[in-house]
Design a binder for this molecule. Structure first.
Ligand code: SF4
Length: 469
């Protein structure tokens, strides 16, 4: 009952209490500062999302009654980026520790600064991986004892603030859990900044204190910290927190303009021919259809899968559809499969088991399978005759329709080999009548790289014409 009367009760998941943090840990204060910042800004709770990785600090996301994702270790920033891209109106914040954000997820942290998305990263720096017993991490001070550096850390720690500045974060600040009002101010400013914001929050960890026989890191923070209005280069480069800790805002800049190297010529806008294909949506009558396109990396197999699914959705937007793809690590030249499911019902298993329509751009996948061609007994196979060994297609019952056509040869002789997949699509469109021609062409236009639209559409038409013979 008393918890429900807590002033932050609206934003806390009371059912998750008590929290897991050690007695004396200050992560809770950072969580409270975050709540204060949100309330101060008057943000709609339904538009605030918190993403965290793994670790003591990352547990904050689980205790907040806000939409959140507890992602995997080091992957909070890319997960947050996905949330932001899916719904740019959300206020997206990342909560995590130094190990998660600067160690395992270090490259994501660099990339966020470079990419410039409006995401707030609050990094609780306790100088090591605490949840797993305190191993050394990227910010562990030189000489500090951890369970992986029992004789003292021999590695030079990184400076989170300096790295954030170099990476291009537009707001960079440092505070501590022992300066709650300052921390709230930093969080508010970070959330107001329209670019990637980074706030380093120093927090004491009981494990670090115990192992290094430090009586109170909090006392050290309070004694050595100086809140400054303006920051100098010395403040950024500070590397001995036992002497001085500069707290404040190191950078609060507008979102960066993106400058292009003068040697990179901008594409001329509006000069290219605009292509458009009108199509009409209609009921497809498809109940459940499994389509597999297989071939060799570089033949546009995945692209073909996308064309099929977009064409089907152009025709019948009420269909459910999935696309899954598989290719070997070698990519170009390796086997490649794109599976498309179309169904009037919800799809609970997105893989093709027995195709109703099998499009073979090469026989590599079949040969890797030992020569077995899997097809529904009433299915249809379309094979590129210059790329598939026909002996593989000899022994089917008469109910299986097998078409052999020269997609690659037509593409090579009339266009370029890379559009052989669309020659095949034109042929499939004509021979199967499953998907409307204009729905197909609109799907091809959608994915054709600028400047290649005409060639891709012509390749489709060539395949379609060949299908009339
Ligand atoms: S291990 Fe350290 S950081 Fe984790 S809850 Fe305990 S004091 Fe806090």
């Amino acid at each position: 009952m008393r918890i429900s009367e807590h002033p932050y009760a609206d934003l806390l998941r009371i059912e998750m209490m008590p929290n897991i943090w050690c007695s004396g840990c200050r992560i809770g204060r950072v969580k409270n500062a975050f709540i204060e910042a949100i309330e101060h800004l008057g943000h709609d709770h339904d538009r605030c999302t918190v993403v965290s990785g793994i670790g003591c600090s990352s547990r904050i996301a689980g205790y907040l009654r806000l939409d959140g994702i507890h992602a995997t270790h080091g992957r909070a920033i890319p997960t947050a980026l996905g949330v932001k891209l899916a719904n740019p109106k959300l206020k997206v914040s990342v909560m995590g520790g130094d190990g998660d954000i600067l160690g395992i997820g270090g490259n994501h942290f660099l990339a966020l600064g470079r990419h410039g998305y409006d995401i707030n990263v609050f990094c609780l720096n306790n100088f090591g991986y605490s949840m797993t017993g305190f191993q050394h991490g990227p910010t562990t001070p030189l000489g500090a004892r951890t369970i992986t550096t029992s004789a003292g850390n021999p590695y030079v720690p990184i400076n989170p603030v300096a790295v954030a500045m170099a990476a291009g974060h537009t707001f960079v600040a440092r505070s501590t859990s022992s300066h709650p009002y300052h921390l709230i101010d930093c969080m508010i400013s970070a959330m107001k900044n329209a670019g990637p914001s980074f706030v380093e929050v120093l927090i004491p960890c009981m494990l670090f204190e115990r192992r290094n026989k430090i009586k109170s890191l909090e006392a050290l923070f309070v004694e050595k910290a100086k809140i400054k209005e303006t920051m100098s280069v010395e403040d950024i480069n500070q590397d001995d927190f036992t002497k001085e800790i500069s707290l404040g805002v190191f950078r609060n800049a507008p979102k960066r303009e993106k400058h292009r190297l003068s040697l990179v010529k901008a594409a001329k806008k509006g000069t290219g021919k605009q292509y458009h294909v009108d199509f009409q949506s209609m009921t497809s009558g498809i109940k459940h259809m499994q389509i597999r396109m297989e071939g060799t990396g570089g033949q546009g197999i995945v692209q073909g899968g996308k064309t099929l699914i977009n064409a089907a959705m152009n025709m019948d937007p009420k269909l459910n559809s999935t696309l899954t793809k598989k290719y070997g690590p070698e990519m170009k030249g390796g086997s490649c499969v794109a599976d498309v499911l179309l169904s009037s019902q919800a799809i609970d298993y997105p893989f093709v088991e027995v195709p109703d329509l099998l499009l073979m751009m090469s026989d590599l996948v079949t040969k890797e399978r030992g020569g077995e061609v899997i097809i529904n007994k009433n299915g249809t196979i379309v094979a590129d005759e210059s790329m598939v060994d026909f002996s593989l297609l000899d022994n089917f019952p008469e109910t299986v329709k097998v078409f052999k056509m020269p997609a690659t040869r037509i593409a090579r002789e009339n266009f370029r080999v890379v559009v052989a997949n669309n020659v095949l699509m034109g042929f499939v469109c004509k021979k199967t009548s499953v998907i409307d021609k204009n729905c197909f062409k609109a799907a091809i236009l959608k994915s054709a790289p600028p400047g290649t639209e005409e060639m891709n559409l012509a390749a489709f038409d060539a395949g379609y014409e060949f299908g009339k013979t």
